[in-house]
Ligand binder design. Structure first.
Ligand code: ZN
Length: 87
């Protein structure tokens, strides 16, 4: 196999943690569904259920508008773990 899979098991992290409401201010919740370029990860990679994926994508869009996470990341600023920069 050429590429190692980043996500092994398919389960919804939000269901597992019993999160009913995804807060757009809580980056610890949103980061499960964000790529290193702050893009919304597709459901087929994260394994989120449909209900939570919709909640999360709405909150991520809200968080972008509130400037908690950037819309675009330029090439030089891409790091391995962007969530270390945000506090
Ligand atoms: Zn779920």
């Amino acid at each position: 196999m050429a590429e190692k899979r980043k996500f092994k098991k398919r389960f919804c992290r939000y269901c597992q943690q019993k999160i009913d409401y995804v807060d757009y201010k809580d980056l610890n919740q949103l980061k499960f569904s964000l790529s290193e370029r702050y893009k919304i990860m597709p459901r087929r990679l994260t394994g989120n259920c449909k209900r939570h994926q919709e909640l999360v994508s709405a909150s991520i869009k809200r968080a972008r508008q509130a400037a908690f996470i950037p819309y675009v990341v330029d090439r030089k600023r891409v790091v391995a773990n962007p969530f270390e920069l945000i506090k």
